[in-house]
Design a protein around this ligand. Sequence first.
Ligand code: FES
Ligand code: FES
Length: 170
Amino acid sequence: MINLTVNGVQHALDIDPATPLLYALRNDLQLHGAKFGCGLGQCGACTVIVDGEAVFSCLMPVSAVGKRPVRTIESLGTAEHPGPLQKSFIDHQAVQCGYCIAGMIMRAQALLERNPRPTERELLAHMEPNLCRCGTHTRILAAIRKVAHLPAAGATSASSQGAVSHGGTQ
Ligand code: FES
Ligand code: FES
């Protein structure tokens, strides 16, 4: 039996200890925010927060989670009452297909909880592992900057083009 604490709720799951956390979240707990993109730790669509750190849940077996709390996008807000990052993404229309967005928000959430006032350099470095194949990076970064109290002008800087800038595969 695998015990997981997800979004503040304890679960006992009768699953293989090698099951990726992403599969447990989606298939056993019906939390579908985190997405399967590559399954290889290369896109970030599956990003959730484990004990305060952004992790690729496709790579983490449930046996490796232990007692550490897991949080998914579902913990941040609802459609009626979105959390600050969710609201900023909506306000900036920072979405195209939407596949990467839950992972982007959870990675940004992990940063802002640890460091509510990151520098532009810290923001770009932190977001670098997560990819958006739709090219929505400029709006994604603008949405995060708003919550991070960073100047919006950074959205047009050449330095922003390198972060979260790769087109992922399906
Ligand atoms: S699905 Fe986990 S990194 Fe791509
Ligand atoms: S909005 Fe489509 S992958 Fe990012």
